[in-house]
Design a protein around this ligand. Sequence first.
Ligand code: GLU
Length: 281
Amino acid sequence: MKYITRFAPSPTGHLHLGHVYSASLAMQAARDTGGLFLLRMEDIDAGRCRPEFELGIYEDLSWLGFKWEEPVRRQSEHMEDYEALISRLNDRDLIYPCFCTRKEIKAEIVRSNAAPHGPEGLVYPGICRGLSDRERQRNFALGKPYALRLNMVKATADIDLATLRFQEQDKGYIQCNPLPFGDIVLARKETPTSYHLSVTFDDAIQGVNHIVRGQDLFPSTHIHRLLQALLGLPTPSYFHHGLISDGKGRRLSKRDKDATIKSLREYGYQPEEVLKMVKYG
Ligand code: GLU
């Protein structure tokens, strides 16, 4: 099978060695199978994404010798697509507006003396799930900020959960269980999408059939598999690779300035040397 893979960074900081590791594995998988390697800018977060980071990504990847298909898909240019997906879910009554502040959610968790933990942290306690139409309209009229949440129980009710699986490289089929995530946020008042919604849709619309990304995103795949089922999208195969750590065994992050490709270039490293640093993970 010819793999169509992608590297999908968010231009919220400079690329570091962990990104290069991920991009190299994806590119290699495409190359080995005579497939395609795509690049996508996951730039939905207008507050945190910056043009200089996006430019830096192109520069770093070119310097390292990566070649990708053009044009690059930039998520910020496709907000209407995501809005249409939200409308489809809304027409099926699978999402609802949540007007809670973080403080209110925390207070409710303390009050109910239950702090259900899902794979991605505290589970939303459902405060706004049962709001009447009138209450919702009143909150909209007041101009309150809101998030659009997936009603998880309703969304999974008509799905045979046993069929929700995906193929993980070297591990076979993984059974998904999105229920413990609770009512996840799929969009917000100011941004008609979320990471989960846009990544799932974009992989499908770009024909990506093999997703290579870090192990940290493994839990998210349970949600993506559910969204694929809800939206009638194909399920790619996955490879969630191990994460690169710094010399002290800590996971590299955007805060590790020394491990950015920009600083390695400035220190005088050559592209081959940088690629060698990630060769064995
Ligand atoms: N945009 C995500 C990130 O930079 C990666 C998304 C993905 O590979 O699914 O962490």
